[in-house]
Design a protein around this ligand. Structure first.
Ligand code: NAP
Ligand code: ZN
Ligand code: ZN
Length: 360
């Protein structure tokens, strides 16, 4: 259904999926005028998160078609509203998953907009004016300044884009476990994809022992040599899983598809914590025995607040952490999506939206 909101007068070209085939085609739509609290961003790059695939194919059953995915966008500010103090024209910025929140609940007040009950996402959300939100697979974006972060000068705009969702999603649970400052811990990362490979980089940057738990034996060499993982367990091999029982303090599960978590729980020490950030379409089965025999905790986490996203960005600037990316042209989005479906990406596709060959 096309938007008819009155102040949506800016014409934007982008790419949308129109049905559960998930196929993306060029799509022209309207965005709101830049309001007093808004900034307008000329998008340079946008990462392809697995969530985009879940939405494009309506795997969670909540997609409002046509959907313009994309919540890992970086670009340059081209307009600022009269109330905007933090940003100016020409600033290098990024926008992640959040388009709106209530601004007044305890979570919004505490910079944890990600837990606001009225949270609305960058795409497939309903904005304050009632319009459906369209994401970063498009040339231009209008965002309330509250949901925008600065990209440090030291980070390239293409490889920084995935930090806006994949980065913050793995950073927050690690910070919650005090892993930024705690003495060396044994950390496990399940699923070496877009989220998982950044979690490995954070784990190493914060000085921990990092074990990757993966279904893909072919990823072992680069997990160790390129990403710096200390150990690699092939989760399909029961003997390897058995050898590593009760060895890990904390495990982050980033898997996008249905899988068993009982054997993963067994990898945790007594009192260990499993944090789930992956969002398979089917419910996860939680077996009680590995929980009760190991006094283990299972929790979840969704992205992070905006203040925390800026903190993570600045830390990435300091440690020089970015995503490993494969840059694709807009014409290749569908091919990239197909490869993502087949778990064939090292480790994040990023769309070169502007294609202007300027590396900012
Ligand atoms: P991704 O790049 O596709 O990575 C997912 C990884 O999961 C794959 O690389 C693969 O790693 C593993 N995997 C895939 N199929 C599997 C299966 N059947 N059994 C076991 N492992 C399997 O996806 P992503 O972009 O990192 O996103 C991961 C998930 O997190 C998605 O569900 C996404 O929607 C969700 N997500 C959640 C949040 C949040 O706020 N909580 C934010 C962003 C994304 P190996 O080859 O190493 O096994
Ligand atoms: Zn995402
Ligand atoms: Zn709120």
């Amino acid at each position: 259904m096309a938007q008819t909101t009155p102040n949506h007068t800016q014409t934007v070209s982008g790419w949308a999926a129109h049905d559960s085939s998930g196929k993306l085609t060029p799509y022209t739509f309207k965005r709101r005028e830049n309001g007093p609290d808004d900034v307008t961003i000329d998008i340079l790059y946008c990462g392809i998160c697995h969530t985009d695939l879940h939405y494009a194919k309506n795997e969670w059953g909540i997609t409002m078609y046509p959907v313009v995915p994309g919540h890992e966008m970086t670009g340059v500010i081209s307009k600022v509203g009269s109330n905007v103090k933090k940003f100016k024209i020409g600033d290098r910025v990024g926008v992640g998953c959040i388009a709106a929140s209530c601004l007044s609940c305890e979570f919004c007040q505490d910079s944890q907009e990600n837990y606001c009950e009225k949270l609305q996402f960058t795409y497939n959300g309903i904005f304050w004016d009632g319009s459906i939100t369209y994401g970063g697979y498009s040339k231009m974006f209008v965002s309330d300044q509250r949901y925008v972060v600065h990209i440090p000068e030291s980070l390239p705009m293409d490889a920084a884009a995935p930090l806006l969702c994949a980065g913050i999603t793995v950073f927050t649970p690690m910070k919650d476990m005090d892993l930024i400052h705690s003495p060396r811990k044994k950390v496990g990362v399940v699923g070496l994809g877009g989220l998982g490979h950044i979690a490995v980089k954070f784990g190493k940057a914060f000085g921990h022992h990092v074990t990757v738990i993966s279904t893909s034996a072919s990823k072992e060499k680069e997990a160790k040599e390129r990403l710096g993982a200390d150990e690699f367990i092939v989760s399909k091999d029961p003997q390897q899983m058995q050898r590593h029982r009760r060895t890990l303090d904390f495990v982050l599960d980033t898997v996008s598809a249905e899988h068993c978590i009982g054997p993963i729980l067994e990898l945790l020490k007594v009192n260990g914590t499993l944090s789930i950030v992956g969002a398979p379409d089917k419910p996860i089965q939680l077996p009680s025995f590995p929980l009760i025999f190991g006094k283990r905790t299972v929790k979840g986490s969704i992205i992070g607040g905006i203040q925390e996203t800026q903190e993570m960005m600045d830390l990435c600037g300091k440690y020089n952490i970015t995503s490993d990316i494969e840059v694709v042209k807009p014409d290749d989005i569908n091919h990239a999506m197909e490869r993502l479906t087949k778990n064939d990406v090292r480790y994040r596709f990023v769309i070169d939206i502007a294609q202007n060959n300027t590396k900012l």
